[in-house]
Design a protein around this ligand. Sequence first.
Ligand code: PMP
Length: 368
Amino acid sequence: MSRVINFNAGPAGLPLPALERARDEFIEFGKSGMSIMEHSHRGKDYEAVHNEAIALLKELLAIPDTHEVLFMQGGAHLQFCTIPMNFLPPGKSADYVITGNWANVAYSEAKKLAALGIGKVNVAATTEVDKKFTRIPKQSELKLDPNATYVHTTSNNTIFGTQFQTFPDTGKVPHICDMSSDFLSRKLDISKFAMIYAGAQKNIGPSGVVVCIMSKALIASGRKDLPKTLTYSVVAENNSLFNTPPTFAIYMVRNVLDWMKKSGGIAQIQKWNEEKGALLYGTLDRMADYYKAPVEKESRSLMNIVFRLPNEGLEEKFVADAKKANMVGIKGHRSVGGIRISAYNAVSVADIKHLCGFMEKFAAENKA
Ligand code: PMP
């Protein structure tokens, strides 16, 4: 068996120790005579895993007692709808900061619901120019309504490769942030957010579960007349066991979080991510006549690094040659083209060094 260097944008590579542990426990979990997948979600074996995953998240991110951890389903997409359903009552409005494709989808989904009769949605800022997003807006550009019920932001723009380096100040208005593509990549002051949500399939585990960190005050303020699975307070009151959760996905989340803790926690993960970013952006900047990185420097993402080669033919060759050098998942999103390196937590500093060496060699051997 030889594993490739996996730069997929999501689902993405998982840390090998988390996979190996799953392999070792796959057929029989502990001495229970069955796989964790075969356990009841109401039994003590699964419940211990579920609670360990929540406890690890609280420990790794220093989540204060004011906040709860919820596991939900339906991907980040369902959160795009559930958030306005719960927190945007008729007569009120919410502000959306548009910094990329996913921020736009969050806004459009909320707008559809607004048309069906909940509150209104406003664009507080957009950095779109010619269908592209190459920067994060400054605080001074945000038109924030002090009476909005929430402000929605997207911390990392998975497709265009931008990332908030400092989060906007939303004043007294609850800040809700989609962190699907950079959750657990750096330290956070959780108390500054009313809600953080993230689909698991980048830094947290396999697809199938969404982690939500929510302030208890926000949960309490939500609607209570929605169907139960769409009501945050019902999910919270039942420790995310109101209906059958994706037990195997949550088990894998536990394995990934345990790997993170044993690796030195968020501080170490952040250090590795900064080192990876310095190496890769350093290579791009040094070879700027060949590789073009379109994102404004202050807005550069450490998770998704995008760049172009002198022409599309060379980009195709770059992808093919990278595969021969054991690297996959580097083609840019179909809507923008080019190259995208997703350097999530499971990608090591050594993987990025391998890539940078390849980039130097490719540029020397493939003149424009
Ligand atoms: N938000 C962001 C920032 C994303 O990167 C993605 C998926 N790549 C989504 C939302 C959508 O996630 P899902 O497919 O889990 O609904």
